[in-house]
Design a binder for this molecule. Sequence first.
Ligand code: ATP
Ligand code: MG
Length: 582
Amino acid sequence: MTATPAPTDATAPEKNDFIRQIIREDLASGKHAAVRTRFPPEPNGYLHIGHAKSICLNFGIGREFGGPVNLRFDDTNPAKEDPEYVEAIKEDVRWLGFEWAELRHASDYFEVFYRSAIKLIEDGKAYVCDLNAEQVREYRGTLTEPGRNSPFRERSVAENLDLFTRMRAGEFPDGARTLRAKIDMASGNINLRDPAIYRIKHVEHQNTGNAWPIYPMYDYAHCLSDALEGITHSLCTLEFEDHRPLYDWCVDHVDLVRNPHLYQPLVDAGFAVPAAKPRQIEFSRLNINYTVMSKRKLLALVDEGLVNGWDDPRLPTLQGLRRRGCPPAALRLLADRVGISKQNSLIDFSVLEGCIREVMDAAAPRRMAVIDPVKLVVTNLPEGHAESLVFANHPKDPAFGERAVPFSREVWIEREDFMEVPPKGFHRLVPGGEVRLRGVGIVRCDEVVKDGDTIVELRCTLDPESRAGMEGANRKVKGTIHWVAAATAVAAEVRLYDRLFSVPDPDKDEAGKTYRDYLNPDSVRAVRGWLEPSAATLAPEAPVQFERLGFFTADRRDHAPAAPVFNRTVTLRDTWAAKGGA
Ligand code: ATP
Ligand code: MG
């Protein structure tokens, strides 16, 4: 089932989803004087379109309610993290049109987390446990059976302090011990069955180097980071709902607000620490069909060379979408259309394409290009004939201005715009038939020149009374086709992209098949096309509509005026619905 998102106006003055309602109530009741949110990516991969939903939510709320938004790297798992991801994430957030108040790292807080753990031990709320991973699993119980207390649960505060200090000093090997919160092994919520809050890991960290042989667990570090930054509304996806009691437990038992000595080192280091009690609120993830979004699968596609790197225009990564030409405004529009709720849904890929079309239609100047050329010769023009025509750059927006388009005796037209034996309803060029050359006039096809079965040239006459602006131009002719003057045409590489997967649900691992088996073999096709000169000089990342062909974008990395490269960002119409694909 795919859900049809409620239509929303991009310029709607006020969004009113359940999270914004909570925020309005909290501000009205005086619970908070101001709102603070954060976007907390783990730097273990590139951001994807799902993250864009979270970014638009957190930064959108910041903008609407005038609150600061932090960008916080959740860098508590050093083995999988990489500075390359950090830089890409920063670039992506800015590209989406947002700027953070402060850039933070969970690793900035390692000393505070450590002191807080000491406090929990002193309060009898945490203990060092020597069970190994497998034993911990055995003791944990199941959904239907309570867990059993660890034999190390009743260690004295003194012994726990001694062992934890020695864990921190690096005395024990990886996995030998953990620090666990002492909560309730019989809890119906497995997350509360004495979860580990620290583990031993002798791994170098990108920010803290080898300073720490122990690392805090996500559930412990995330909520305390929120509390330190004074985050009022900690927005996350639904899978964290069952973790909320643990989130609250850590915040309440560490109680940073009433124990400022715990974060004194941060204050000494010059950090602003507006400590407050945060509230976690969950919303549903963005899911889109015809693609995969898990970082693990995206990484596999890149590593196995199934796509060309993280910014392959077929990927749902923000870098990929950007390279393809998806405007950031289209992703913000998508976030608005999809909205915020607790209902899990699967959004049809065509909804994204619709957003891209809408934004590009308004933003892209028009140009002409021919991607599967056949030569058309206007025989009643003299050899060497050269004209300069004036075309509007946008049919609906005069602000785009006009441009000169050279016209000559020989032009390229699309091969599919001519048919020798036309099917019924074909309104373009046929032997003996007429068609309008866009902006020029009406031509009649007199002769088809062939080399074997291949058409190499169409010889036509241009009705001199039908030139644009003349009375005779009003004569009724069914088809209008685009063209590019051969003498001045600039050769370009045109990359025609389509969906990466040919099935709506490539994630379904069925009958021994995986997403790798559902890759769309036609997801990219590079062809040589011919452009009118003023298309070639567009800047990298500039949007353009090649008339009748689609919305394109000059490739961010490979395009140059002397060797133009354009990516088809989206077709002009939804061709998948017609195929019965969607
Ligand atoms: P992984 O669990 O593989 O690391 P992740 O998607 O959870 O991936 P994070 O870097 O932890 O990655 O996510 C950062 C933020 O983006 C989190 O708040 C997360 O809830 C949110 N987020 C991730 N995926 C989506 C999605 N599909 N829709 C909306 N928000 C998302
Ligand atoms: Mg995550």
